[in-house]
Design a protein around this ligand. Sequence first.
Ligand code: SAM
Length: 661
Amino acid sequence: MTNFAELRRQMIEHQMIARGLRDEAVLNAMSAVPREAFVPSELVEFAYNDAPLPIAARQTISQPYIVALMTSALQLKSTDRVLEVGTGSGYAAAILAQIVGQVFTIERHKILADSARDRLQELGFDNVEVLFGDGTRGWPSQAPFDAVVVAAGGPDVPEALLEQLAIGGRLVIPIGSEMHRQSLLRIRRVSEDDYQQEDLGGVHFVPLIGTSGWQEERSRQSTKEPVTVTLAELIYQSSEHFGSIKEVNLDKLLKRIGNSRLVLMGEASHGSAEFYEMRARISQELIEKKGFNIIAVEADWPDANYINHYIHNTSPDPLLETAPFSRFPTWMWANKSVLKLTHWLRDYNLTVAENNHSVGFYGLDLYSLNSSIEAVLNYLESVDPETAELARVRYGCLTPWAKDPAVYGQLMLTKQYKKCEKDVLATLRDLLKARLNYAHADGQRYFDAEQNARLVTNAERYYRTLYYAEQNSWNQRDQHMFDTLQSILSFRGKNSKAIVWAHNSHVGDARSTQMSARGEFNIGQLVREHYRRSAYLIGFGTDHGTVAAASEWGGPMEVKQVQPAHIDSYERLCHNVATDNFLLPLTKPIKPALRKRLLAERLERAIGVIYRPESELQSHYFYACLPQQFDEYIWFDETRAVEPLNRETSKGVLETFPFGF
Ligand code: SAM
């Protein structure tokens, strides 16, 4: 049986205190209220996750940390009377009711208002009153309030809520000119006519819909557009349809990409062949027609380097002894679709006279602690044996964990990691200091060694934080991927152009997804912030078919059935479009009516190397705003699993070279 009390304790420690939240009254309330009673029964095991969860009426129960943060921002006293707008599940109202004398809460969905009222009553919260109605009008008959909290994001502060604040009262509300991104404001009424406002930072809430909020989607449609046009029909009219990947005409897509220096291509799973094959088709055209010369993928540096040697027809580096992609999940890169591309890249590079125009293949990820340590040591041994000896001693503190680095985080407890951190940095510093000497002999080999040394440094930090702050480690990984991309671009010169292949969750702008509420960013966001309009982000999606995935980390690859998409998802919307495969531009030429209607947040599915159809909603869906997340979306209604290259099926070395299986 799940030990909810223990989960609650961990939530307080890892999600609240670790983030600096120290408000004792709030922490006590968070430890007293059983969050599992407020989430849908099929999701109780996830009740204490650091994330919002879906509830009825396509709404969410807010992330625990956000509830705590907003409650703390209200600066409550036990005698306060508080108004909440956006009851949802009733969880935040229960937290407030633990701290203050009287809570009034308003919800615009009857089904939510009714069930929250019943739930709160059953749990014994008899100091909460729930009203079904439009909270942007406040609750005049119960005003004034000492504090007002709004759990949905509006375009402006509703006048009625300001008026219903007592003098000295605080209003905490997310406000933003875009529907899904807001700043959390605290407004204090200092006198009859004066209010003071503070900005508490960026947040990401569902829209506040009402008289003084956003209009409901139906009434936002342009008057010129007949109401009979469904969103699926609008997508049909606005998209480019195609039959097969081989024959799809990409001219218009290339035009939309224009002069972008970076094209990031996602995938909705790590194991669907169509995503690989379409990205290969687009990459080939970008290389041939627009001079792109970098493919950087969500794979480890040493593995990708092996491919890089192969496609440059340089004999594999004798120091790279093992075949690439031999660590879990092998099928992600050692599959037939990638093999075909490597052969194409090799043939292409043979036709390119100048080395600078040849296409390089690089890895952005940081999971290769062991092989990167080896690569640095091997390199140093060949150019500077004395420094190699020193580096071997310094990396010695990591070697016991290099093959199972996740265990390394436990060093946190013994503080030994401090020495390790210093030692790995010192090795990188030595390499950088000697850059001119080493690089003079062979720039490419020096660059490989430097990237491996950077990887070891970042991986050490990544595994260390993985142990105590999960979302921090996500950010460190994506920061490493972005920094590596920057290094490659600068190594390949100012005219270089890069294609990135990574999961949608890395490539789509994190600010337009639920990730941002957890404080997470990704490569897509960093690229947009840095390169602005010179980057083009493409997402991919599918409804059903088969996928190559494991049931747990390290488990064997299975071919699994992808479930038809959730009714509230963008995927279901695309499935309802009367064509199977299409390209949908989301930014440049897009009908305003389509964009507006797509802006309303929906669920989006993300299948990684693990797929758990049995808990699909919690494990694989998150809320997103598609037209802000990507510049283009490519849809395959049905997809099939990638075909792995493995020893059992290989017929000979030639067929699977350069993977060596
Ligand atoms: N506090 C909730 C909880 O703990 O579960 C979560 C609230 S959810 C993020 C936001 C809620 O605001 C939704 O249930 C939504 O229906 C509601 N909402 C949006 N606009 C509203 C309005 N004008 N009046 C009342 N409720 C509104």
